[in-house]
Structures are given as structure tokens and as C-alpha cells.
Write a new protein. Structure first.
Lengths: 111, 119
């Protein structure tokens, strides 16, 4: 059981918008620690797509956006494309564990 | 260009020891925390721990404390993950990961090292 909870899977048709939630607690997201998001394509290393709750690294399309409120965060992907099909993970710091934690991951299927 | 280059795949027997490496280049190695992330077959990412190359300050996830050792040789910009006695449950891909601060994101990843443990 991951400290950060994500839905196991989400899906959407090309061009649609999907959101992936990441629910934490008062020792991580709720404590004010930033949330970061990663995309992992099959058989490749994860890639940072959102840092500091809502910031995109250079080169990441603006179709990807992040937000945070209370003890939860969300990743939104608009204008879905086939190449977005991947696993997505949230990450934050947890003060009770004195280290970073990942969500369990969400598999995005583009229908 | 920032790069983290990991050592190659390993096949070991249960009970054997192992040390895998991660060499950083293209940045000031002693300025960033570097850590390790496990991914078991078909499973998600698990944060194992981090080390700061400047002073070797090391933090472990409670799940991995006592199970592995993270170390660094800053003279050759290389971080290590080692086991003293491997188990079948250690089968996984291990990624090294540069952290943008102790609470920060992982901005660069190594290519991953597959560790297989089989008798």
C-alpha cells in the first residue's frame, strides 16, 4: 500500500482530457511538501514532467499541467495523443518517513 | 549535458554480495543529492534512499534501512548501491536518480540496472 494513492488506471480517447489524482496525508502533501509527476514509457526510465506542483521542465508540452490542494494533487493531460500512453507516478516528501515517497502509479490508456 | 550512467545487468545467486554503480557527468557532482529507486517486475517505483556526495550524508527509506548500503566516491563522481546477501526478492531494475534538493524532484535518471537473483 503506497503512502500516496493513485487510481490504477485511467483512459481517454485521442483529443480528450484526463486527470490523475494523487492523495496523500498531513505528513506529506498536506504538510506543504511539493508534488512532482513522472511519465514512464514501457521499458524506459521515468521522466520528470511536472515539478513543484505545477511547473513544467523545458521540453514538456503545455498539454501537461499539475495542481495541488490540501492533501491531494492532480495531473491533467489535455489533447490526448497516442504517445501519452504510459505509466504516471506522483512523488512527494513524507516527514514521518523522513524521505521521498511515490504513488502506486497510474496506467494511462489512449483508446 | 547531465548524464547518469549505470553499470550493466547482473545475474547473481542467493546469498551473494553485489555493488552496482552510477557515474554522474555534466554537472557538479557534489552539489546534488543522488539516490536509488527500485522497480520490481511489473510494479511501481519505490524510493530507497539518497546520499549527498559532498559529505556522504545518507538517508534511507525505512523499508530499505539495513537491507542495502548507499555510498559514494566523489573523487570519481560515482554513487553505489550494495547488498551483502542477495535474495530472490531483490530481483528488480534499480535506477539512480539525481534529486533537485532533499525534498525536490528527480530531474535526471540513470538508464537502470537489472539485477537478477537465481540459483
Amino acid at each position: 500500500q503506497s503512502v500516496l494513492t493513485q487510481p490504477p488506471s485511467v483512459s481517454g480517447a485521442p483529443g480528450q482530457r484526463v486527470t490523475i489524482s494523487c492523495t496523500g496525508s498531513s505528513s506529506n502533501i498536506g504538510a506543504g511538501y511539493d508534488v512532482h509527476w513522472y511519465q514512464q514509457l514501457p521499458r524506459t526510465a521515468p521522466k520528470l514532467i511536472i515539478y513543484g506542483n505545477s511547473n513544467r521542465p523545458s521540453g514538456v508540452p503545455d498539454r501537461f499541467s499539475g495542481s495541488k490542494s490540501g492533501t491531494s494533487a492532480s495531473l491533467a493531460i489535455t489533447g490526448l495523443q497516442a504517445e501519452d500512453e504510459a505509466d504516471y507516478y506522483c512523488q512527494s516528501y513524507d516527514s514521518s518517513l523522513s524521505g521521498s515517497v511515490f504513488g502506486g502509479g497510474t496506467k494511462l490508456t489512449v483508446l | 549535458e547531465v548524464q547518469l550512467v549505470q553499470s550493466g545487468a547482473e545475474v547473481k545467486k542467493p546469498g551473494e554480495s553485489l555493488k552496482i554503480s552510477c557515474k554522474g557527468s555534466g554537472y557538479s557532482f557534489t552539489n546534488y543529492w543522488i539516490g536509488w529507486v527500485r522497480q520490481m517486475p511489473g510494479k511501481g517505483l519505490e524510493w530507497m534512499g539518497i546520499i549527498h556526495p559532498y559529505d556522504s550524508d545518507t538517508r534511507y527509506s525505512p523499508s530499505f534501512q539495513g537491507q542495502v548500503t548507499i555510498s559514494v566516491d566523489k573523487s570519481i563522481s560515482t554513487a553505489y548501491l550494495q547488498w551483502s546477501s542477495l535474495k530472490a526478492s531483490d530481483i528488480a531494475v534499480y535506477y539512480c536518480a539525481r534529486h533537485a534538493g532533499m525534498y525536490g524532484s528527480i530531474d535526471y535518471w540513470g538508464q537502470g540496472t537489472l539485477v537478477t537473483v537465481s540459483s
